[in-house]
Design a protein around this ligand. Structure first.
Ligand SMILES: O=C(O)CCC(=O)C(=O)O
Length: 507
């Protein structure tokens, strides 16, 4: 299908629809890609934003959908998308799909026989994914496509028919095409090559506090997971054996690890389901004993709340291409994220810089951003190349830990099948920020990870006063003192790309 690829890849198309998500710990999304050796090189930065390539094993679009631009090269100028929709052709693709989202599997199946256009729309995989997740919850056995998974579960005698695919000629739609493209695109080497985070190995806690935690600056820490049993033992077979039938949170459902791995092995979609479970330590206590909080993050003041603390630790498992789209971590906490298997590409922007393509609501409770991580790279990553000051970026590999300071925007994409542990924490350095956050008038909209969003501020403040009397007052007078000193430059004001790796802060 050379024409459609060439055309699309020469233009930078944006899907108009953006996703609304709350400012919480996790929103997941996707692309499958393999880390090839060229990704590890450090080629010069050049303007190569035109041109994308598909993964070597990418199939062409299952139903023959082409980007709208190709229509201009079609001798007939005929778009079966429109003729087959009849009066509904005036609706956008998103709206057509929204309406089809109200139908059950049987009605989608009937509608598929109406016209070529309905055939393509009703086969849109996210429709079937929703049907599977709504009806089978986590108890599905993924078999290569959401539609055939659904058909196999509800209409087993049609199982063969469920996998029949017709290739439709002359169907042009950017929306449907881009969904396929984002699932099948190779990560461009220029998206992976910038590595400007500061790396440290074996630093003292004082060094960490002074140079990274106090100035609220990210750092990648090497060598601090060396004694983790998890690093040595955790892999798919070990986890499946250890966890047995225990179910973990995967997007809106709960799944056994065996079923999740079966899905993640086979899936190729724009936003693969991501396993992100905050209760793994309670569900399988052994897992909680096989890792240890790195020395730099031992102070965790939310622990004064005991069982009433908001969610704070997660096991994260996902295939290449899964990940977390841009967000700020909950409740103004900082975080560490340790990679146990695989590798993760990180892009971080300081609190005062909203990433391009990301639109938080004025009250900060919601964020609109591109549909998927790959879409962000395709349409917005290039903008940062022209900026004098760049985001902080790195690839975090197994055995490495990244420190994510409070308020920093971050996006993460797994470059390989990955397993990680992350914890959010409050230390003395960000206690006042967290209290201020919990006290906001719209706290009930903003606070997350706990049922009692409204009273968390009072509970936390009182528990801190009881456990560490006088600490809040001391921190407040220190903060007052700082305010009266000449204003320091923000992170963004103070660095340029050339010195970001080596800059020493003097806060
Ligand atoms: O996908 C990941 O590993 C990143 C998770 C993340 O961003 C977070 O826990 O805040």
């Amino acid at each position: 299908m050379p024409l459609c690829r060439d055309l699309l890849f020469q233009t930078r198309k944006k899907r108009k629809k953006s996703k609304k998500s709350t400012l919480t710990k996790h929103n997941s999304t996707s692309l499958k890609q393999q880390l090839s050796p060229q990704h590890q090189q450090q080629p010069q930065e050049e303007d190569t934003e035109e041109g994308f390539s598909l993964r070597a094993s990418a199939p062409s679009h299952k139903y023959g959908v082409q980007p709208l631009g190709n229509l201009y090269f079609s001798p007939s100028s005929f778009n079966s998308r429109n003729s087959g929709l009849g009066a509904l052709q005036i609706l956008t693709d998103e709206l057509v799909l929204e309406i089809l989202g109200f139908l059950d599997g049987a009605h989608l199946g009937v509608l598929a026989t109406v016209s070529k256009s309905f055939y393509v729309f009703t086969n849109h995989e996210p429709l079937w994914r929703n049907l599977v997740l709504d009806n089978l919850v986590g108890g599905f056995l993924y078999n290569g496509s959401w539609k055939s998974t659904y058909v196999a579960a509800f209409y087993p005698s049609f199982a063969c028919a469920g996998s029949l695919v017709l290739n439709v000629r002359d169907f042009y739609s950017d929306y449907l095409f881009q969904s396929w493209l984002c699932a099948n695109l190779e990560m461009k080497s220029e998206w992976l090559e910038r590595d400007n985070i500061t790396r440290r190995k074996g630093i003292s806690i004082e060094d960490f506090v002074l140079n990274f935690e106090e100035p609220n600056r990210p750092v990648l820490l090497e060598g601090c997971l060396d004694n983790w049993v998890a690093l040595e033992k955790w892999n798919r077979n070990y986890l499946i054996e250890t966890c047995g039938d225990v179910k973990f949170s995967v997007g809106p459902v709960e799944m056994k690890l065996e079923d999740y791995f079966r899905y993640s092995d086979l899936v190729r979609e724009e936003r693969p389901l991501y396993l992100f479970d905050p209760k793994f330590g309670e569900k399988v206590p052994k897992l909680g004993l096989e890792y240890d909080v790195p020395v730099y993050f031992k102070e965790d003041l939310f622990s004064v709340l005991g069982n009433e603390r908001p969610d704070y630790r997660w096991i994260i498992i996902g295939p290449a291409g899964s990940g977390s789209s841009f967000h700020i971590d909950p409740n103004s906490t900082s975080a560490w994220n340790a990679v146990i298997k695989g590798s993760k590409k990180w892009v971080l922007f300081p609190p005062e810089v909203v990433p391009p393509g990301v639109h938080p609501s004025p009250d900060g409770a919601e964020v609109a951003c591109p549909v998927s991580i790959v879409e962000w790279f395709m349409n917005f990553y290039g903008a940062t190349k022209k900026w004098k000051k760049k985001p902080i970026e790195c690839v975090c590999k197994a055995g490495e830990v990244i420190f994510v300071p409070n308020g920093w925007w971050h996006l993460v994409i797994n470059l390989e099948d990955s397993i990680a542990i992350t914890q959010n924490f409050v230390s003395r350095r960000n206690l006042l920020n967290v209290l201020d956050f919990l006290k906001k008038p719209n706290a009930s909209m903003l606070v997350s990870g706990t049922r009692d969003r409204v009273n968390l501020y009072e509970k936390f403040r009182k528990a801190i006063e009881a456990t560490f009397p006088g600490t809040i007052d001391q921190l407040m007078s220190k903060a007052e003192e700082k305010k009266s000193q000449p204003k320091k430059l923000t992170f963004w004001e103070s660095v340029s790309d050339s010195n970001v790796g080596a800059f020493k802060f003097s806060f």
